[in-house]
Design a protein around this ligand. Sequence first.
Ligand code: ZN
Length: 650
Amino acid sequence: MRLFLWLCFTGLLGSVVWGQNHPQMMWGSEEEVPFQPRHNLHRIFTADRFFEEPDVFPLYAGRHFRPSPGYRDWQPCLGNPTAAEWAADAAINFFRENPEAVSFPIGMNDSNRYCECPLCQDLIEYENTFRNRPDASALMFTFANRVAELVEEEFPDKYLTILAYLWAENTPPFPVHRQILPYLTADRTQWYDEEFQAEDRDLMARWAEAGPEKLGIYDYFYGGSFLIPRMFWTSMEKSLNHAYELGFTTVFTEMGPTYWDLTKEEVLRRKILDPQRTVADLLTEVAAERYGAAGPLMEVFYLWAEYYWREGSQLRREVADASLGNPYWIRGFRQTYMAQLFPVDSLAVVEQIFGVAENVAKGGGVSPEQRENLEQVRAQFAFFAKYRRWVESIWNLAYGEPGEDELQAMLEEISETGLRLQEMIDGFIADDSREARNLRNSWGYLKDQTLRPLPGQWGKQPLPDADQYIWQTDAWAKLSEAFPHSGFSAWGKARDLPNQLAESSWNWKEDEDGWQFLVATGGAENVAVEDAVLRFEPGGRHHLFRRFVWETPEGENVFRWGLEMRGRLSRGAIAEVQAHFFDHRGHRMGPKQKGFLSGFSDRLMQEWKPVWLSGFVPEGTSWALFSLEVRELAEGDWVEVQKPQLFFTE
Ligand SMILES: [Zn+2]
């Protein structure tokens, strides 16, 4: 128990540091918020307690699952009353040891892998989905209410924070205990989408009547992880006003601010302190304070950025570009294609604005500190503009039709620009600030992905045989060297490794091409094999696996796995290729890697489209599993796949 309490305690301490990156406030107050939302069940249901009572751990494929330490992609058997007792004990012990604490988190693990036992499954609604996902709110809040009833006996004034998140965003069909404090997660930066805004307003209103004494909103106001100037003043205004009017208690935002987000963060802070003020006024005020006489010009920049964020939201519905995704969850999080919301042609306008601002600053009316603020945002924009043009060059390389004579020059330019961008980022390393760190991390997430449009992830077909001649050039070698993890390296000959399907206890099937697959829970009748094309239709969750034993191949540590896909995926439906790696004890090696094809809005996708996933095989891999997962298909959705291929190379 001591260890457990220590974990909880440091967790709370940690959240103070975390809070710097992710602002949380209560209306009208700068006091530290005593309620922290977080994923916490994996800390309560630890692997070492498995043999104490295996039944509280989830039932997967007929066996109770014992998570390895630190592994979080699972949920406990929430339908089991003993699970609630364990969570209540954890909360009660925590409150006894920390009498000053007013809340304890019982937020779900960050996962949709629910227990498959009848107690749990009976409380998950697969037919009447919410946001195109199964609705597990009845299960989650049955568990939460049980925990609260046990905690209430000794601590009637404390709160249990929980996340209304993923499959449990909806209000359950019964009252929620007053001591449960749900944080409603949603990307409200996307309230420019009228339909989404209306639905989200309604959800917030229903929660306000659902029983809890206190409620929080949990927003994704990034910031870092995007690299773009992600500004959304109007939706900030509307969503905060709505939460305030409904009586929500706290506002939590994931932000990870970079330099230009400091203005956004300060506007947010003042808005929460004084909800009667408008975001528009606050932006003018904060811009004037941060940039002096250049404030009005900077305001133009901030409104320019909002314009394209809003336009992107509308484009999603109007343009047949699947990559724009749907408004649920965090659209475009750590995705390069977000840069394309900002037309290359529009960059020059902002560059001119910064030029004028610089002249204004020289003319006086700008303090040294304001001048530094201005310089930081200008430097960040210079980086963004170069990055945005780089994305365009790579796009042109992949989807234009350059002749062989042009290719070398294009590759040279892409390579040079990539190196220059890396230098610019290195320049920010001298700055040890939170903002610089977030900017560097964003580049870290996105740089390699940016170089990987060739497999056709961008919604267009790549050049035919592009790889054949690109890989022969010197510039390619240079690029591979500059970005060793980008997957920008030549692929060797395809080689299937021997598999051990026969030794598996799973119910494997095989088609005439030797393409082995497994159809999971309840989906068998909904998958058809015809001329080596597999078709998936709604009903159950579908998994298609091909499993390989890794023969520790010498030097062959890069994989490329994918297939061709077409179909109709409504919002929230998922069809993705995945690669999983395990060591000899079956422990997962690093994070599961995905190449996804999801959130295709209501667009019809009739053409075959290659979907590829590539990367490095983690060191120490004993066996690997390459899979396709199709799930949450709605009525009218269908997916077909063909030509699965797996390559390994050095
Ligand atoms: Zn269960």
